[in-house]
Write a protein that binds this ligand. Sequence first.
Ligand SMILES: Cc1ncc(COP(=O)(O)O)c(C=O)c1O
Length: 396
Amino acid sequence: MEYRFSKRIENLHPSAIREILKNSDPNVISLAAGNPAVESFPVKEMKEIADDIFDHEAGFAFQYGITEGYPRLRQLVMKRQKEKFGIGTENDDIMIISGGTQAMDLTTKVLANEGDTVLSEDPAFVGALNTFRSYRVNLVGIPMEDDGMNLEALEKALNEQKNVRFLYTIPSFHNPLGICTSLEKRKAIYDLCASHGVMILEDNPYGELRFDGEDIPTLKSMDTEGIVIYTSSFSKVMSAGIRLGFVIAPKPVLDKMAVGKQAVDTHSNLFFQILIADYMEKYDYDGHIQMICDLYRHKSGLMLDEIRKGFPKEVKYTVPQGGLFLWCTLPDGVDMLQFVQYAKKKGVAIVPGSAFNVDESAPSQCFRLNYSTPTDEKLVEGTRILGEALREFLVK
Ligand SMILES: Cc1ncc(COP(=O)(O)O)c(C=O)c1O
């Protein structure tokens, strides 16, 4: 059989990170993943709740549910988002979705036609970029700086690109950069988009995972015009495998997203929606998140100590205040892709920065490091080996 595929899938490549993880050799230490630490899953408590659901609510939990999500969970999440992040007005509504990734899909599905423009931070989360690409939009990257997007480039794109439908941004603990967009830039980004009548997709899966410094207001908390679609996820605070997240958006947009969701998966996993609602109500959700923040402060500290001890001074790196990643930049003239291969031979897997580029063929001097997934021992050893590899490689 000669298989013929749609144009929308033909030009998509498998995620470089998923491929690295698939081929993982047990002798190679991976600093490439973006998985939450296994210690961050509240397994014992989830088992207690699960037993209770099996005993008392099985008929409801295993039945079809409502597309917008389990009402008790929607209320609990709305309340928390309002109190913690100032999110949600009477014009907004919430839908529970199958992981934050589904928000990228539904946003593009309801807002953009083929050929319309989507603006994205560059580099950015490759899962989101691939989703946008799958809709065959004109994907335009806005270069990133230490404190967020380059505003001149954003303004130029807003002025010059045709049919700009939305801007994708990860303002807090960016994947892959590990940085936060400053408050000044958040305000400027919001104002620029509002004045051009362009929607914003604010992706905030790591917002609760701040282990240093002060919270910065979300774009959604500034949203007087109803232009921000806000999404976050339970992946990094409860479990990634349960595939649950949420989107908060102006009601007319959310209604369309619900229709779009019905065409994909009807609704998200009801059993785990009930389980999370029970966890939020009956257990110490804040305490649990604090535990994860403490864990990642510790893990990022271990990695940074090794970096400071062993990386050559010419290698630049970001110092995260939350989230799961940091971003390293090699000096000009060094071949990053060759270095990634060299590090793999020495026993450490890292993700090449080009995997996160809007234009994957554009040159990159960077690579991403993750500190949440490896055990402490592997984290220290992997970063130490990487330092050694860098010192050897830069001499060559
Ligand atoms: C920036 C960003 N957004 C969204 C997601 C998607 O998370 P999920 O679909 O598991 O909720 C991730 C996952 O790594 C991410 O890094």
